[in-house]
Design a protein around this ligand. Structure first.
Ligand code: ADP
Length: 495
């Protein structure tokens, strides 16, 4: 039975949604709005303001004023306390947030509760702790220019300044938190542009920031399209850093725009992560692991295990079991707690995924299961396993961002290392084996920002996360997040 919708979630969704600039909710200056949809039905869910460059100017100015004003006067312990309060508010409003997310994004209510809310609250508490633990180094330098002079040098990490954050639709609240919270912990202020498709939880988060006592202008939310609001933010000369998660294609555009202003940037981009099953792994473990790696969040995960490499001795049997699992997953809306596969984000994404499957089949791939849409309404695609693929096919090379895995057998470690690394991407990878010697020899040979062993897609606030190659530049999480939102100042004192 479907979860009954919390009246607070309905009331929020039905509001007239404006931009959040300097603690004020306001329409866009042009008056433009854009619709957001419920992926389970395809129907319009809400309308939000569509910001243009002039709105982004206002938001950046508000963030600048806050950065140079009250926010910079706070002690690290004050920032920590405010972020801890925000974490409490995320939990206190958790069910409302989770339901808004499921209605807007389509994902399972279980994922919304556990990740969008639960992991966001944990991440916020973890990062709150960093606010009081940012430290520089004291350097015993050997400068010889002036005979007899003595010097002492030290480094001070300073907040980088105003951060423009641009996030995708696959984990809308969590991605907003991944950007806003470390930035605030470091003393920065933020203008966040949520994805066109999923602005609602970000707007609710903006309110909760204010409720937590975070001063006006420290967190600003500008909803709008990537082409208008996103581009205006990424190329804005008034921001000091752009933090982006999204496609490699747009990441490159954003990197170029940032370099023009010498704005600092970090890019967390696409992936085509390999899942490598060695010959000692039990067939059931391998099949369940591979299914979890790709079908989690309908494959709309940048680290989705979308390329499966299984040792030839087990290939057919693992594939058969994976096909059985994939075909038995129940499909339905995210508010149905029994549904294991939920709709994709949009009709556009559904058509893109189906088009890529079709092209794969036209190029010779065989469909082990799935391969088609599901239902009359809503943006569903059946979990799909493709075999008989070649390394040059589009389905093997390009990120699909849907519930589609391509499977290939291999004969030895050298071959699987070559296959796994034969990609422009390098975000994640998993190795499935208990043969320590083989696992340890594989880990350093895999070009990926995260290598999992006997698990996949597991993240923790303490584990640096980011990509090799075209999967991005920079790392989030852990101490890496502090480095991402600070500038290092060297001080040299002669005495
Ligand atoms: P996806 O293809 O998964 O939607 P995108 O990379 O297109 O991923 O989008 C990620 C984020 O980047 C979204 O918030 C989107 O609005 C934004 N975006 C898209 N195009 C641009 C652009 N030209 N400049 C800045 N941001 C953009």
């Amino acid at each position: 039975m479907s979860v009954s919708v919390d009246p607070r979630a309905t009331a929020f969704i039905q509001r007239r949604h404006g931009l959040l600039i300097n603690a004020e909710v306001r329409p866009s200056l042009s008056g433009a709005e854009m619709p957001v949809f419920n992926p389970a039905t395809g129907e319009e869910l809400a309308r939000v303001a569509a910001a243009t460059a002039a709105d982004v100017d206002l938001a950046v100015a508000a963030a600048r004023q806050a950065f140079e004003g009250s926010w910079s006067q706070l002690r690290p312990a004050d920032r920590e306390r405010l972020l801890l309060k925000l974490a409490d508010l995320l939990e206190a409003n958790g069910e409302e947030l989770a339901q808004i997310e499921t209605l807007n994004n389509g994902k399972s209510i279980h994922l919304s509760r556990a990740l969008e809310v639960g992991a966001s609250a944990e991440f916020t508490r973890y990062m709150a702790g960093w606010a009081t633990k940012i430290e520089g180094k004291s350097l015993d330098v050997s400068i010889a220019a002036v005979p007899g002079a003595k010097y002492r040098a030290y480094t001070v990490p300073e907040p980088v300044g105003v951060v423009g954050a641009i996030v995708p639709w696959n984990f809308p609240l969590l991605m907003a938190i991944w950007k806003i919270v470390p930035a605030l912990a470091c003393g920065c202020t933020v203008v966040l542009k949520p994805a066109d498709e999923t602005p609602l939880t970000a707007l609710r988060l903006g309110q909760l920031c204010l409720e937590a006592g975070i001063p006006a202008g420290v967190v600003n939310i500008v909803t709008g399209t990537g082409a208008q609001a996103g581009a205006a933010l990424a190329g804005h000369p008034g921001i000091d850093k752009v933090a982006f998660t999204g496609s490699t294609q747009i990441g490159k555009v954003i990197g170029h725009a940032a370099v023009d202003n010498m704005t600092r940037f970090s890019l967390e981009l696409g992936g085509k992560s390999p899942v490598i099953v060695l010959d000692d792994t039990s067939l059931d473990t391998a099949a369940a692991g591979a299914a979890g790696a790709i079908f989690f969040n309908q494959g709309q995960v940048c680290t989705a295990g979308s390329r499966l490499y299984v040792h030839r001795s087990a290939f057919d049997k693992v594939l058969e079991r994976l096909g059985t699992i994939a075909s038995s997953l129940s499909i339905g809306p995210g508010l149905d707690p029994q549904a294991q596969i939920n709709p994709l984000i949009s009709a556009k994404q559904q058509n893109r995924v189906l088009g890529m499957i079709e092209r794969g089949v036209a190029e010779g791939a065989s469909v082990i299961c799935g391969g088609e849409r599901y239902g009359e309404s809503g943006f569903y695609v059946r979990p799909t396993v493709l075999a008989n693929v070649r390394p040059d096919m589009q389905v093997v090379r390009e990120e699909i961002f849907g519930p589609v895995v391509v499977a290939t057998p291999f004969d030895d470690l050298d071959e699987v290392v070559h296959l796994a690394n034969d990609s422009v991407y390098g975000l994640g990878a998993s190795i499935w084996s208990n043969d320590l010697r083989q696992v340890m020899s594989l880990i350093p040979r895999i070009k990926a920002g995260t290598v999992w062993v006997n698990t996949h897609n597991m993240l923790d606030p303490s584990m640096p996360f980011g990509g090799y190659k075209q999967s991005g530049i920079g790392r989030e999480m852990g101490h890496a997040a502090i480095e991402a939102y600070t500038e290092n100042k060297s001080v040299c004192i002669a005495y």
